[in-house]
Design a protein around this ligand. Structure first.
Ligand SMILES: [Ca+2]
Ligand SMILES: [Ca+2]
Length: 224
C-alpha cells in the first residue's frame, strides 16, 4: 500500500499549485426586493461535517454566525430583524471548515453565493474572501466591493463568485467590512462544490507503480 500513498500525495501537491494560479473568478451582484433570492440547504456550507466559526469580531444586534448556513433567509421574523442574520461588526472574521475526515483531499469549489437582506439600509456587501487548500495556509481569493452591490437603501443583494476552479480546498474565510448602512445583514453564504477525487494521472501513476511492483516481484520469483 505504501506505493499507492506516495504518488497520490505528489499528485495533490501539483493540483494545489495549479489551483492557486488558475482562478479566473467572476463576481456578479444582483439587487432585488425582499424575497427575490433563494438559498441552498444542500451546499458544502451545510454538509454534515462542515463547521462554521466566528473567529474574531462579533455578531451584532442579536444576530449569530449560524444563520449563514441554516438554509433559511428570514426565519420566523420580518426582514427588518437581525435575528435571522449574521450582522458582523466591522472587521469580523468567519470561517467554513470543510470535513476532511469525509474527504481527505478536500473539496473542489466551484462557486460561493452570499445573500444580504434588510429594510434598514444594511444590505450592502463588502467583504474579503480567502481559501485554504489541504495542508496549507490561507490565500486571498477575492474582494467584494460595496460599489458592486446595493447602495444599502432597500431589499436584498446576492453576490455570486463563480468560475472558481479551486481544487482541494479545506476552508474558506470571510472578513466582513461595514457598508454605507453600517453593519450589513448577511442571511446566508452558500459554498458549492464536490469532494475532491485523485487526478486520473495520479491514479494511472499509482496503478503503473503498483503493476511495476507486481512485475518486479514476479521477476524476482522467476529468478529465484
Ligand atoms: Ca446554505
Ligand atoms: Ca440563513
Amino acid at each position: 500500500m505504501k506505493n499507492l500513498i506516495t504518488p497520490l500525495a505528489a499528485g495533490a501537491v501539483l493540483l494545489l499549485a495549479a489551483a492557486s494560479s488558475n482562478a479566473a473568478i467572476i463576481i456578479t451582484a444582483q439587487n432585488g426586493v425582499t424575497g427575490t433570492f433563494g438559498v441552498s440547504n444542500i451546499d458544502l456550507g451545510q454538509a454534515a461535517g462542515t463547521t462554521l466559526t466566528l473567529d474574531s469580531g462579533a455578531a451584532a444586534f442579536g444576530s449569530s454566525v449560524g444563520k449563514l448556513n441554516d438554509g433559511d433567509v428570514y426565519g420566523l421574523g420580518a426582514d427588518v430583524e437581525t435575528v435571522a442574520t449574521l450582522t458582523p461588526t466591522d472587521g469580523s472574521v468567519a470561517t467554513y471548515h470543510f470535513d476532511l475526515t469525509a474527504s481527505p483531499l478536500g473539496y473542489d469549489l466551484t462557486s460561493i453565493a452570499s445573500l444580504t437582506g434588510s429594510a434598514q439600509g444594511r444590505s450592502q456587501q463588502v467583504y474579503d474572501v480567502e481559501y485554504s487548500l489541504v495542508g496549507a495556509g490561507f490565500t486571498p481569493l477575492a474582494s467584494v466591493l460595496g460599489t458592486l452591490t446595493d447602495n444599502g437603501s432597500v431589499g436584498e443583494t446576492q453576490v455570486t463568485l463563480s468560475n472558481l476552479s479551486l481544487l482541494n480546498v479545506s476552508a474558506i474565510r470571510f472578513t466582513f467590512h461595514n457598508g454605507v448602512g453600517g453593519e450589513s445583514m448577511f442571511r446566508e453564504i452558500d459554498a458549492f462544490g464536490t469532494a475532491a477525487v485523485p487526478e486520473p494521472s495520479s491514479l494511472l501513476t499509482a496503478g503503473m507503480m503498483a503493476a511495476g511492483g507486481v512485475a518486479a516481484v514476479m521477476l524476482r520469483r522467476k529468478r529465484a
